[in-house]
Design a binder for this molecule. Structure first.
Ligand SMILES: Nc1ncnc2c1ncn2[C@@H]1O[C@H](COP(=O)(O)OP(=O)(O)OP(=O)(O)O)[C@@H](O)[C@H]1O
Ligand SMILES: [Mg+2]
Length: 502
């Protein structure tokens, strides 16, 4: 069997912390390889080494039988190895086309090759954007794109590099089902053309569908490899975590009959919504977990951004615990006891260049403002958060950027719960989070509800909403089209309402 990639005893230390402990395995050519592992297992790090973004502390990597040690990602790209980053790697102030050709600019022939060939870059960018299904002008600035669109730009950019080995780190975390399908079709096409693909994902149903082989890592080590067809999803989960992870969802304590309404929204209209009659109205009670389902673009994120003042609204009233409130911005909302954890964690959730403690305490600085208590209290809060949320970090003093993707997610969640809110809105709280940590988050949500808080969960994972919520509100085109209680929560029902085929 010919080998596309061979890892031989690859180690990686970040300062005193060892994150890869001698990883050895092989990837066969022209196949789709799933790479699984818990948050912090070392998947992204290993792939960054392969693609020249990091260097191994020791060990060897061979590609097609040739030992490789890349000086940088350009070097790796020249050898046909391209990585699509989990945390996007785009320059926000540049256009889509500029991002795609950054460092690979096309130049006009003649004139000594000095002039950029903008027209050619735009035309080619258009071609690859069409392949991934992104209908945007290549001149659009990346900062004006929503998260899913940024992901599509990353993929288009990688395609334009014509990789022989294409590594995708959580590419579908932010995509709609239709975009995901298109990506899978693209992957199949690339495989047929002889490209080797690595697919990292926590969505085990997708791993099962699209990969040929699965490799599992745990705690910086290789633990298993199998043909995908030989493993059930449960077996994949158990291999990742190293123990049995069934019972994903906690039992739902019933909401007390006399539980007060914690948040009531009426007549909410956001500019751009079509056909919203009388606006959006809903309420959630203390102790209740209320889900919001809907297709991407149904207006769920917009609605809550409007409620906390992150976005304009044309009409609507908000009552909290029976009192009318005006929320001009997220700080205002927080002061009234409402926090909203944005789905765009990198843009709006964390400051990746600050350390963990500063991130955690940023929203509640007043509490830590006594000069002497300050450090100790902040440190205690961090230690508690690391324990409560199972944040894996080798070093408590590190910057948020150093955390693995899923662990950044957990930190963001911890941060947003610091102000001790009464109403908690979580937008896609388990995106990019491993199965074990997902379960932890589900149990946490129910703990918060049991303490008398109201929790709102916006999610595109129906199984999650069905397993977790007391009621699920379904939105379509800025309207609430149905609210289903526990006995009526099925995937078919939710999809039928979300798509309007009910
Ligand atoms: N630049 C860095 N400095 C210090 N530690 C780092 C750095 N990059 C990664 N790490 C650590 O290496 C470990 C492995 O991280 P990695 O990002 O490879 O995990 P992962 O398997 O991709 O997880 P996830 O599923 O959450 O994306 C983590 O403990 C992380 O904190
Ligand atoms: Mg990762």
């Amino acid at each position: 069997m010919s080998v596309a990639v061979r890892f031989d005893d690859v180690r990686k230390d970040f300062g005193p912390v060892r994150v890869l402990h001698g990883v050895s395995f092989e990837l066969a050519p022209a196949r789709i390889h799933g790479l699984l592992g818990e948050n912090g297992a070392g998947k992204s790090t290993l792939m960054k080494i392969l693609a020249g973004y990091e260097t191994a502390t020791s060990g060897d990597i061979q590609v097609d039988g040739t030992p490789c040690r890349f000086a940088g990602s350009r070097d790796a790209e020249a050898a046909g190895i391209v990585l699509i980053h989990q945390e996007f790697n785009l320059a926000e102030h540049l256009s889509i086309a500029q991002n795609m050709y950054l460092g690979h600019e096309k130049r006009q022939r003649g004139m000594g090759g000095w002039l950029l060939d903008d027209a050619a870059m735009r035309a080619e960018a258009r071609h690859y954007l069409a392949q991934v299904g992104l209908e945007r002008d290549p001149d659009t600035k990346v900062r004006d794109l929503i998260v899913a669109e940024k992901q599509l730009v990353e993929i288009a950019k990688a395609l334009s590099r014509r990789a022989r080995l294409l590594i995708m780190d959580e590419p579908t975390a932010t995509l709609t089902p239709a975009e995901t399908e298109r990506l899978f079709a693209l992957m199949a096409k690339l495989k047929a053309e002889g490209v080797t693909l690595v697919y990292i994902s926590h969505k085990l149903d997708e791993v099962q569908r699209v990969t040929d082989d699965v490799t599992v890592m745990r705690d910086g080590r290789f633990v298993a490899r199998a043909a995908t067809a030989e493993l059930s999803r449960q077996q994949m989960a158990n291999l990742m975590v190293g123990r049995d992870v069934s019972d994903m969802f906690p039992a739902r304590a019933p909401v007390a009959d006399n539980a007060p309404v914690a948040l009531k929204v009426e007549g909410l209209v956001v500019p751009g919504w079509v056909g919203a009659q009388g606006g959006l109205a809903f309420e959630v009670r203390a102790g209740e977990v209320l889900g919001f389902a809907g297709l991407v673009g149904a207006g769920r994120t917009e609605a809550f951004e409007a409620i906390v003042g992150l976005r304009a609204r044309t009409a609507g009233t908000i009552d909290m615990a029976g009192r009318r409130v005006t929320l001009k911005n997220p700080r205002d909302a927080m002061r009234h006891g409402l926090t909203y954890l944005s789905e765009d964690r990198k843009g709006k959730g964390l400051h990746v260049d600050l350390n963990l403690q500063d991130n955690l305490t940023l929203m509640t600085l007043e509490r830590y403002a006594h000069p002497l208590l300050d450090l100790k209290a902040g440190r205690d809060a961090l230690e508690k958060a690391v324990r409560d949320f199972g944040i894996r970090t080798g070093d408590l003093a590190s910057r948020a950027r150093m955390l693995s993707g899923g662990n950044q997610q957990k930190l963001a969640l911890a941060k947003f719960l610091q102000p001790d809110p009464r109403v908690i809105v979580l937008d896609e709280p388990t995106r990019g989070v491993d199965v074990g940590a997902k379960r932890d988050i589900y149990f946490l949500i129910h703990r918060l509800a049991a303490e008398g808080r109201a929790v709102i969960v916006i999610s595109s994972e129906l199984i999650e909403l069905i397993g977790l919520c007391h009621r699920v509100a379904v939105m379509r085109a800025g309207q609430l089209v149905a609210t289903l209680g526990i006995g009526h929560l099925t995937e078919e029902e939710l999809i039928a309402h979300a798509t309007g085929t009910h």
